[in-house]
Write a protein that binds this ligand. Structure first.
Ligand SMILES: [Zn+2]
Length: 137
């Protein structure tokens, strides 16, 4: 992997996972360059298709590009949040350490990336208690 490209992607994100917003400096697991549109779907390895992602988000997302909104039509896939094209604050808000999707794209991304698994919420609660993780971004 191109180290300078990876450094650019990390610096652009200021070291923060572009999905769950946990800073890499506090996460013991390595962060990765996520292909927003996976290579298997012909997403290029270019900055416009890359995001900085924590191990958990990246590992859950894999090559997914969509999901089914549990509050919507079970037969209609909804695309995932696109960190380059979508505004994070338009799609999410924090309820303490729980990430809430404000509409279908946010809900599906929280679901597919398992952002609110109990151990992930617990880790963010710890960061909030330590005063290093803002609960409103
Ligand atoms: Zn993440």
């Amino acid at each position: 992997m191109d180290r300078s490209l990876q450094q650019h992607i990390r610096d652009r994100a200021e070291g923060v996972c572009e999905y769950c917003r946990v800073p890499d400096e506090f996460d013991p697991l390595p962060y990765h360059m996520d292909h927003i549109i996976a290579r298997k779907h012909h997403g290029p390895t270019e900055p416009d298709n890359l995001a900085w992602a924590c191990f958990a988000c990246n590992n859950q997302k894999q090559s997914d590009i969509s999901g089914i909104d549990q509050e919507g039509d079970p037969n209609t896939p909804v695309r995932l949040f696109h960190p380059r094209r979508d505004d994070w604050q338009t799609h999410y808000r924090w309820n303490g350490a729980i990430l809430v999707g404000l509409a279908a794209i946010g809900r599906v991304t929280v679901d597919v990336l398992s952002i609110n698994l109990p151990h992930r919420v617990g880790f963010r609660e710890f960061l909030i208690e330590e005063g290093v993780f803002p609960n409103a971004q």
